[in-house]
Design a protein around this ligand. Structure first.
Ligand SMILES: [Zn+2]
Length: 214
């Protein structure tokens, strides 16, 4: 197990997106999760922290999570990791794109990151698990879950992702969402299982009715 981990949460853009820098403090290699809105700031923080960006991890294709990829690739040489099922929705596929599947483990330096496919917000939405931390994109927010009424959205899949796939993870797992929509920027799965209204349903049918109401 890695003894330490570099993780920086950066809020950028008009939609309160969270961009993440994750990496290995020993090898100084880092990945950017969902580069968007203000690439200069992302680069500046990486530089200040003496981290080298070698990978780009994408939770899903929506522009507020991806509109900085192109510009970032002008500054760093990095592979872009997207979920297999999300590839067809990407505006562009770069030559260095890697299509990943659920359960794949990619190392950033010596830090293993597990990719979890969590469809529902989009068909190829994915979360990243590193150590006891989950970066959840637009699948699970603090106090909310992602919308399922946009193209490719599917509330049945969202239920499965939240209750069965993420439901298997330890309650002490720290939750790092894709937007700053909650009372706090970070939560735990246990906290969300107790208080998040979207995690209180006993049946798929009730969840779908509730989720599609708004
Ligand atoms: Zn989205």
């Amino acid at each position: 197990m890695p003894s330490s981990l570099y993780l920086k949460q950066i809020e950028l853009g008009p939609m309160e997106n969270f961009i993440y820098l994750i990496g290995d403090p020993e090898t100084r290699e880092a990945a950017v999760v969902d580069p968007a809105w203000d690439v200069d700031t992302i680069l500046k923080i990486a530089q200040q922290d003496e981290m080298n960006i070698t990978k780009i991890f994408i939770t899903h294709h929506h522009p507020d999570h991806t509109n900085g990829i192109e510009e970032l690739l002008n500054h760093v040489q990095a592979k872009v990791y997207i979920q297999k099922a999300e590839a067809e929705f990407m505006k562009q596929i770069w030559s260095d794109t890697v299509k990943v599947e659920s359960g794949d483990v990619i190392r950033v330096g010596n830090i293993p990151v597990t990719f979890l496919h969590t469809p529902g917000h989009t068909p190829g939405s994915q979360c990243f698990l590193l150590d006891n931390k989950l970066i959840s994109g637009d699948t699970l927010f603090i106090g909310f879950c992602g919308r399922c009424d946009l193209p490719g959205g599917n509330p049945e899949q969202m239920y499965d992702s939240l209750y069965n796939r993420l439901g298997k993870l330890d309650g002490r797992t720290l939750l790092y969402p894709g937007h700053n929509y909650g009372k706090t920027p970070v939560s735990t799965l246990e906290e969300e299982r107790k208080h998040n209204p979207y995690l209180q349903f006993q049946s798929l049918e009730d969840f779908v009715k509730f989720r599609m109401r708004r």
